[in-house]
Design a protein around this ligand. Structure first.
Ligand code: NAD
Length: 248
């Protein structure tokens, strides 16, 4: 079940955290995985080595998702070289936390550029080879914060909520071409993104999570594998919540 043999996948921000876990999981299921990085080349290579040492196939590919031209060129190159691009996971994301009254224009722009504009440009480039193949899986990593809000994350929450609209719209546009488009909304997951939160904030988050623990990147990766699989072929335009019950 949930095999991806012969499939080609691209995971943005695959060098660490959730993106690394997704890359490893897709590769373990048989996909050849392109692991994108913007600045963390060494970490992306490490992800590829982990995949190779487990008998999988992976290649690191550098581009900044906020650079829509570079994103488009990278996607086109993979599709041309491999003759296909079956699974694209839009995972790259940044959070610049600040209360609304202190939120700078520049920080709004940065989060919009990476989390939203970058994700749309990635999907726009990826949809062509998927349409041609009459098979494709687009997966957006959104956030529980886009569904329930969170103090200090006005711009971040806006980008993550917007991704749900993007998911539902693209799902409707390309369903007739057998391309499915879904979003995952992780809850509180242990990665670099959440590492700097004060212990008290983490404790509060665990208390608010019915399953009583912080999520692991692998929890999110399992959901991505399912959505990427043949078995999820009748699932599109959906939001898969991986949040331990934090928001239901
Ligand atoms: P992380 O900071 O460890 O990883 C983010 C990844 O995105 C890194 O690999 C980083 O290099 C990459 N990235 C950032 N800007 C980029 C750019 N311009 N171009 C290409 N790559 C870029 O954080 P994470 O927790 O693994 O987050 C992964 C995704 O999951 C993000 O979209 C994040 O918003 C989302 N998310 C995380 C949590 C959580 O609790 N950790 C919860 C919900 C959603």
């Amino acid at each position: 079940m949930f095999r991806l043999d012969g499939r080609v996948a691209l995971v943005t921000g695959g060098s660490r955290g959730i993106g690394r876990a997704i890359s490893l999981t897709l590769a373990r299921a048989g996909a050849e995985v392109f692991v994108n990085y913007a600045r963390g080349e060494a970490a992306a290579r490490e992800t590829c080595e982990l995949i190779a040492s487990a008998g999988g196939k992976a290649e690191a590919v550098g581009f900044d998702v906020a650079d829509t031209k570079a994103t488009e060129a990278a996607v086109q190159k993979i599709a041309k070289d491999r003759g296909r691009l079956d699974v694209v996971v839009s995972n790259a994301g940044i959070a610049i936390d600040q209360l609304l009254l202190r939120l700078k224009d520049d920080d709004i722009d940065k989060q919009l550029a990476v989390n939203l504009k970058g994700a749309i440009a990635l999907a726009r480039a990826a949809i062509m080879p998927m349409m041609r193949a009459r098979w494709g899986r687009l997966i957006f990593v959104s956030s529980v914060v886009g569904e329930m809000g969170n103090p200090g994350q006005t711009a971040y929450a806006a980008t993550k909520a917007a991704l749900l609209g993007v998911t539902k719209t693209i799902a409707k546009e390309y369903a007739s071409r057998n391309v499915t488009v879904n979003a995952i909304t992780p809850g509180f997951i242990e990665t670099d993104m959440t590492a700097s939160l004060p212990a008290a904030a983490k404790e509060l988050m665990v208390k608010a999570t019915p399953l009583g623990r912080i999520g692991k990147p692998e929890d999110v990766a399992a959901a991505a594998l399912y959505l990427a699989s043949e078995e999820a072929g009748f699932v599109t335009g959906q939001v898969l919540r991986v949040n331990g019950g934090l928001y239901v």
